[in-house]
Ligand binder design. Structure first.
Ligand code: ACO
Length: 309
């Protein structure tokens, strides 16, 4: 069994900070940031926190799913992934349930950093396989601007705010999941409650270059699929250089690896659902498409999942 997308939505704050804006207080340049990361701008949320952005994205995803007659009461579960929750009790997912009227869903939040969306998706498919649910709303929502140290030029240049949401239903097609964690390397990327994010950029870079190709190969093995049978590889939008290196290492066709990092920066757990929503709204997701998602980030955590439409 695997998951099939039936609705997508996203929310991006109106305020945009391009790289030039950062040069107002940082010793950096548009050229340096573009060359090292591929990022040109990021959205910044001054008004909505993770909960408010998650709700906006969720409403759009439910509206999209509603075109096929899907209703909030049909949701079996709601999962919200965030490393920047603005409320911890009740869980954001329960707030979303209340606002949507998804009375039959069970709801909770998960934090698996930038791997959050892939982990939550794989978990949702496991629940589908166990017969517990048929459909789930999975949301990634991040207000990273709140925890970024804006005086640290080595990390602040990467991150942005936003939310994405995907409604997924059970499909009988064969699926597979891969998830890993390495808590012993957690110091590479950390943030204490109320503190600011600190990162060993080169360590995270090396980790991603090794683990992302590995986890994609591992998933393909489990699926008994060849790379050529996959229509799209959806990678966490962390850094363009990481994405390009993964393409090279796996020998992928870059047309099959869509990106939006130039306009969004790294939105952690929101990056994949925002990308999926963009592709959906651009009419680039066709029925029957086979897609592999890969997430990686703090923890360290990394994983891959198989999804169709
Ligand atoms: N502007 C100008 N110069 C800078 C900047 C900047 N913004 N940042 C660092 N530098 C300087 C450094 O001070 C250093 O100068 P020095 O040689 O005089 O000491 C030089 O540039 C090189 O610094 P490095 O840290 O080696 O730069 P690097 O090429 O590694 O790029 C970067 C830094 C972009 C952070 C890179 O390491 C990276 O992308 N790592 C991966 C990080 C990542 O993707 N994290 C998120 C993934 S997990 C998740 O999504 C939460």
């Amino acid at each position: 069994m695997t998951g099939k997308i039936i609705g997508t939505g996203s929310y991006l704050p109106e305020l945009i900070w391009d790289n030039h804006k950062l040069t107002e207080w940082l010793d950096t340049s548009d050229e340096w940031i573009r060359e090292r990361t591929g990022i040109g701008q990021r959205h910044i949320s001054k008004e909505l926190g993770a909960c408010g952005m998650a709700l906006e994205a969720a409403k759009k995803a439910m509206e999209d799913a509603g075109k096929a007659g899907f209703k909030a009461e049909d949701l079996g579960a709601i999962f919200v992934c965030s490393v920047t929750p603005d409320i911890c009790v009740p869980p954001i997912a329960c707030e979303i349930q209340k606002e949507l009227g998804a009375v039959n869903a069970f709801c909770y939040d998960i934090n698996a950093a930038c791997s959050g969306f892939v982990f939550a998706y794989n978990m949702a498919v496991s629940y589908m396989e166990s017969g517990l649910i048929k459909t789930a709303l999975i949301i990634g929502s991040e207000q990273l601007s709140r925890i970024v140290d804006w005086n640290d030029r080595g990390s602040s240049i990467l991150f942005g705010d936003g939310a994405g949401a995907v409604v997924v239903t059970a499909s009988e097609e064969k699926g597979a999941a891969v998830m890993h964690s390495d808590g012993a390397s957690g110091e590479a990327l950390q943030c204490t409650t109320g503190g600011k994010l600190s990162m060993d950029g080169q360590k995270v870079f090396r980790f991603a270059l090794r683990r992302v190709p590995e986890v994609i190969e591992e998933l393909l093995d489990k699926l008994k699929m060849e790379k050529g049978q996959v229509d799209l590889f959806l990678l966490h939008q962390a850094n363009m250089r990481i994405i390009e290196a993964v393409i090279k290492r796996l020998g992928l066709d870059s047309n099959k690896v869509p990106t939006n990092i130039e306009r969004m920066g790294n939105t952690s757990s929101a990056s994949l659902p925002i990308l999926i929503d963009e592709l959906n709204r651009a009419g680039e997701l066709m029925p029957g498409m086979k897609m592999i998602m890969a997430g990686f980030g703090a923890g360290l955590t990394w994983g891959a999942g198989y999804i169709t439409i």
